[in-house]
Design a protein around this ligand. Structure first.
Ligand code: IDP
Ligand code: MG
Length: 168
């Protein structure tokens, strides 16, 4: 009986784990310059998400052109790629249940003036070209962006001891 229950619980846990998708988040050069790296990481940690990869780097233009390829041809594309490459950024991979959609909510709308107070962009930004942080918009986009910025071995699988207090 106990064994059966444990089996069901273990299968359920595995299913929950399978739904714990990953997303690609990146503090942009304005966020780094304004000293918001710690604040942003704190918000994601306190929410309960799990950090699995992080770098501090100046991104080469070739990487940024691939990262922003969906925007190629838009009037802001060139300025965007130049700006993101102008200073250090903090690319990260975060994992958790529905993290792609939920982290976009924590980040707020693209235009910080339209972002709700309480969101990262809503609290710290004003201009659309200085909106502090990038977040993948879909699970498929996240997979593409993670692969672009991080090798498999740079992503660290681990089991935080607090998880049982975050997931039921
Ligand atoms: P997102 O970052 O909320 O996903 P996207 O539409 O994917 O927004 O745009 C990518 C980035 O391009 C934005 O975060 C912002 O920095 C910049 N951007 C978007 N629209 C404009 C614009 O109209 N003017 C200037 N920059 C823009
Ligand atoms: Mg986007």
């Amino acid at each position: 009986m106990v064994a059966t229950l444990l089996g069901i619980f273990s299968a359920f846990s595995k299913e929950m784990a399978a739904q714990r998708e990953r997303t690609f988040l990146m503090v942009k050069p304005d966020g780094v310059e304004r000293g918001l790296v710690g604040e942003i990481i704190t918000r994601l940690e306190k929410k309960g998400y799990k950090l699995v990869a992080m770098k501090f780097m100046k991104a080469p233009r070739s990487l940024l052109e691939k990262h922003y390829e969906e925007h190629k041809g838009r009037p802001f594309y060139d300025g965007l790629v130049t700006f993101i490459g102008s200073g250090p950024v903090v690319p990260m991979v975060w994992e958790g249940l529905d993290v792609v959609e939920t982290s976009r909510k924590l980040i707020g709308a693209t235009n910080p003036r339209a972002s709700d107070p309480g969101t990262i962009r809503g609290d710290y930004g004003i201009d659309v070209g200085r909106n502090i942080i990038h977040g993948s918009d879909k699970v498929e986009t996240a997979k593409r962006e993670i692969a672009l910025w991080f090798k498999e071995e740079e992503q660290t699988a681990w089991e935080p001891s607090l998880e049982k207090w975050i997931y039921e």
